[in-house]
Design a protein around this ligand. Structure first.
Ligand SMILES: [Fe+2]
Length: 291
């Protein structure tokens, strides 16, 4: 596996207050090419209103800096916010990429939302489906996707130079880890995936997808592999797989369903496209007692 710890991309994080998501613009240090990781589309679910303030901020930043967008990456199918991938692509170009196991996620939630045959379960809504270890380019940088299932089957972390975007594999050391109780999630698999991340070089920069500022600390999103190994409250200091599974299972049973899971899954399993009715109007479903 090739790693490039001597390449340090410029990473700019954008914190979305509504969903505690961090979106990244990652710029190749040797060119004006960049990638966006885990973008957000704003939704007022009660009003059924979807707007683009968060995405427009990214577009303005990329235009201001004169960057070329090569990739729009989704670390996984998020259950807590809507992706802005198609909206960004329309304006900035770039390819939308996700893990190849999206097909399993589409199959699971295609059933939950009782989708018809017009909903393709082959990942074809995305431009690229990454397999474990696949490489792709952002300008002159060779980037790599690693399969890290557990939170969801299609979760991947993305390595760009000395920076690794962990999605929901890990939270900051004092936040621990993400839940593993969604359909297709698995606490044991999540532990194994986290070990893969912890086996990366100690000085590698790690960028979180979410932060909730536990115990009143200010929002933060960057740490290192070495810090996670030593300090992560769920897996650090050599916690065993059995300890993790027991803890994670007990914790997950107490967690509420994410506020935006119903709209988020329907949109994100379509690569960020809002589903439409027979007349072509954008519309979301609420399956009753279906989740
Ligand atoms: Fe997630």
């Amino acid at each position: 596996m090739t790693r490039h710890m001597d390449i340090a991309p410029e990473v700019t994080g954008f914190f979305d207050e509504g969903t505690n998501t961090i979106t990244y613009i990652v710029k190749d240090p040797a060119s004006d090419h960049c990638a966006i990781i885990d973008s957000v589309m704003d939704i007022d679910y009660a009003a059924g209103r979807i707007t683009s303030q968060a995405a427009d901020q990214l577009i303005a930043e990329i235009k201001r800096r004169g960057l070329t967008l090569d990739w729009i990456i989704e670390t996984h199918v998020h259950a807590d916010h809507l992706s802005a991938a198609p909206y960004l692509q329309e304006t900035l170009g770039g390819k939308i990429g996700v893990g190849a196991r999206i097909m399993e996620v589409q199959d699971t939630f295609g059933k939950v939302f009782n989708e018809g045959t017009e909903f393709q379960r082959d990942g074809s809504q995305f431009d690229a489906l990454f397999e474990d270890g696949d490489s792709y380019s952002v300008g002159t940088m060779t980037c790599q996707a690693l399969s890290t299932p557990g939170h969801t089957p299609a979760c991947m972390v993305h390595i760009m130079g000395d920076a690794c975007f962990v999605g929901d594999t890990l939270f900051m050391p004092d936040g621990g880890s993400a839940r593993a109780d969604f359909p297709g999630g698995d606490a044991g698999e999540l532990y194994d995936s986290i070990q893969r991340v912890l086996a990366l070089p100690g000085e590698m920069r790690l960028f979180m997808c979410h932060d909730y500022g536990p115990n009143g600390r200010a929002i933060a999103w960057e740490t290192t592999v070495a810090e996670q190994r030593a300090q992560n409250i769920h897996v650090g200091g050599g916690k065993t797989r059995e300890e993790f599974i027991a803890f994670r299972t007990e914790r997950d049973a107490q967690l509420a369903v994410p506020k935006l899971i119903i709209p988020a899954l329907q949109v994100n399993m379509r690569a960020g496209h809002v589903p439409t009715d027979e007349a072509g109007n954008p519309v979301l479903k609420v399956p009753v007692n279906g989740l």
